[in-house]
Design a protein around this ligand. Structure first.
Ligand code: CA
Length: 230
């Protein structure tokens, strides 16, 4: 699938990764700009706002988290962060600071492209909100507050329903534990990760063919959950 000429800004100090990304993304039809430092990235984003930013968290001049926060003061399009394998907590901080998604180095370009397509698709969703959401065998009728799996109604508790709606509205996107807890239970309970585990286990029993190998409610280890995009 060609990428419609969307303009992507890569902020990454490591030249081999930058080169690889530029070649791969250009090949997919994206227009690519490159910045080799946080300051340069911020300058370039302001001069010509891109449709999506790929931001490395480990930059030589500024902390990637600070670059992210400064971008998010005005920039509303998607930001995908690149993090190293030993930066688990950084990933979560970045998502909570407004990053849309992350990939962990070393990553496959197919994975990054899929995340980019999801992020850009969400950013371009306009018009009235859909009344039903269908993903695979699951259909959520938001107006009637009913859930179907293969056409059969699935009985969810009110909190399970609220959690499912939060997930399907962000299908394809990683959602942190903190985000989900805040959305469903409110700010006072945002540390209670075990609530989520209990509810997700119950929802998987109701929605998945095999709760031990979920197809829809995917675990992002140490970070949160992602509802499959299709
Ligand atoms: Ca780096």
């Amino acid at each position: 699938m060609q990428a419609n000429g969307h303009h992507i800004l890569i902020i990454e100090d490591e030249q081999p990764i930058r080169r690889f990304l530029k070649a791969s993304l250009s090949n997919q039809g994206y227009r690519v700009s490159e910045a080799i430092s946080g300051e340069e990235g911020l300058r370039m984003a302001a001069a010509q706002p891109p449709d999506l930013v790929i931001l490395d968290l480990g930059l030589p001049d500024l902390d990637g988290q600070d670059v992210l926060k400064r971008l998010r003061e005005w920039y509303t399009s998607p930001i995908i962060v690149l993090s190293a394998r030993d930066q688990e907590s950084q990933k979560i901080t970045a998502l909570d600071s407004g990053a849309d998604d992350y990939v962990t180095k070393p990553f496959g370009v197919g994975e990054l492209l899929a995340r980019m397509r999801t992020a850009i698709r969400h950013a371009h969703q306009v018009g009235p909100e859909a009344m039903t959401v269908t993903i695979g065998d699951i259909r959520v009728d938001l107006a009637a507050r009913l859930v179907y799996r293969n056409g059969d109604e699935v009985h969810l508790t009110p909190l399970e329903y609220k959690l499912l709606v939060t997930m399907v509205k962000h299908a394809g996107k990683v959602l942190t534990h903190r985000f989900l807890l805040r959305e469903v239970w409110g700010p006072q309970d945002s540390q209670e990760n075990h609530y989520l585990r209990v509810f997700v286990a119950s929802m998987r029993r109701k929605l998945e063919d095999n709760a031990a190998r979920p197809r829809y409610i995917l675990t992002e280890q140490g970070v949160g959950y992602r509802f499959a995009a299709e």
